[in-house]
Design a protein around this ligand. Structure first.
Ligand code: SAH
Length: 398
């Protein structure tokens, strides 16, 4: 696909090579000498990155129209970027997951941290979903698919291209099958239980593997208790708690297809008797239960991102605070509360502050048992700590 000697060249402004030299994988557009030839490079091209003095820094994907102009692929300026290169990276990512997990259900590729900038691949046994979040990955999807075939030969591949990052790159939304066939919800396993996800259907995403370890932790505290899981989606928290021996679990979501998948999981794991799906707005239901004086031994609230862009920060923070206040009101004395956030614009200290304020608003005290992020199948690039978007705080309340 790419003939290395003829790659276009991008030169950085004087001094702007230092961050790259220290290991950071991105070059911002104001760091690039954006002359007419640079501007004319087609978005999604592979470029040779040079410092101001002409020393080669490596090869990168390039988009002259985005704030992140270049994403480093390799520090080796002589490398060839083709499907064999991509296959090598996918093979390494697979080797790591095979070390981490016994069963083939995980995030297989987590973008920069796996050396594949802007590429996300989730694995459901022999079905994979692919999200290409840059013009380079989008243009090179045929190579990505060939590389996946080479390494894994999946029976089906679903392109799940509907992210906000794609919109920023000027790429269209699409959700379609690129290979094979998928018949209804896909079965997956996590923490020893079976679940169902529908990456092609009405729901935008398939499964949130990122909460795997947090689900296991909360479930270990749920035995014999009454559990309620707000924003339950396909039942990840709720059904894991039921399987661990909770006396009863209620999954609350406003999406019927999500609740149907949760109910299916409860059935498949033999815990349908302890499971209830409740279609409702989470905030209304929290309010209603609090006013009715109902309490639960374990309360889980892991919502969609309330802060989708920096300008929503104040409003979103208030929503996390309110969610915590309402969830704390229905947590029994001695009970467990999990508050989650997947907004990458909200850093862990900011989130922790909203949770702390929400507890005070509810007149409750307690202690943090665990404050964790995503599992290790969502590794973080050492120079992109901000890409650690997930926060899950588990508390015991007095
Ligand atoms: N906790 C889930 C992930 C949440 S995804 C997990 O562990 O997998 C967000 C979910 O919140 C979606 O299923 C969506 O339907 C639901 N949702 C969003 N806003 C809601 C609201 N106001 N009330 C109830 N559910 C809501």
């Amino acid at each position: 696909m790419t003939d290395t000697p003829r790659l276009p060249v991008i030169r950085l402004h004087p001094g702007r090579h230092k961050r790259i030299g220290l290991g950071h994988p991105w070059v911002y557009s104001n760091e690039v000498q954006m002359d007419a030839p640079a501007k004319a490079i087609p978005p999604g091209s592979v470029v040779r990155l040079l410092d101001a003095g002409g020393t080669a820094l490596g090869l990168a994907t390039f988009n002259p129209h985005t704030l992140i102009a270049a994403r480093v692929l390799t520090r080796d300026p002589g490398a060839t970027i083709d499907s064999a290169f991509l296959a090598g990276r996918i093979r390494s990512a697979l080797a790591l997951r095979s070390r981490l997990y016994d069963r083939p259900f995980y995030r297989l590729v987590h973008a920069e941290a796996d050396g594949l900038p802007a590429l996300i691949v989730d694995r459901y046994g022999d079905v994979v979903t692919v999200q290409a979040n840059s013009v380079f990955m989008d243009r090179h999807l045929p190579d990505v698919l060939a590389a996946l075939d080479d390494v894994l030969d999946p029976a089906a591949v679903i392109l799940r291209n509907d992210s906000t990052q794609r919109a920023m790159e000027g790429l269209p939304e699409e959700s379609r099958l690129a290979k094979g066939a998928v018949d209804g919800p896909i079965r997956l396993e996590e923490n020893g239980a079976a679940f169902f996800a529908d990456p092609l259907g009405g729901q935008k995403t398939g499964w949130f593997y990122d909460q795997r370890d947090n689900r296991a932790f909360v479930a270990s505290l749920a035995r014999g208790g009454r559990v309620i899981d707000f924003f339950s989606y396909n039942g990840g928290f709720a059904v894991t708690c039921a399987v661990s021996g909770a006396a009863s679990v209620i999954a609350v979501d406003r999406s019927q297809p999500a609740l149907d998948n949760a109910a299916r999981a409860a059935e498949a794991n033999g815990v349908a008797g302890a499971f209830e799906a409740r279609r409702a707005d989470a905030f209304n239901e929290l309010d209603r239960l609090a006013n009715a004086g109902e309490t639960f031994d374990v309360v889980i609230a892991d919502p969609p991102a309330f802060v989708k862009s920096k300008k929503d920060l104040a409003v979103g923070c208030r929503a996390y605070r309110k969610m915590t206040r309402l969830a704390a009101r229905i947590t029994a004395p001695g009970g467990i509360l999990l508050a989650g956030s997947c907004s990458h614009n909200v850093d862990p200290p900011t989130f922790a502050e909203q949770v702390a304020r929400g507890l005070v608003d509810a007149g409750r005290s307690g202690r943090i048992l665990r404050f964790a992020g995503a599992g290790p199948d969502h590794p973080v690039h050492p120079h992109l700590p901000e890409s650690a978007y997930l926060k899950a705080m588990v508390l015991q309340l007095d």
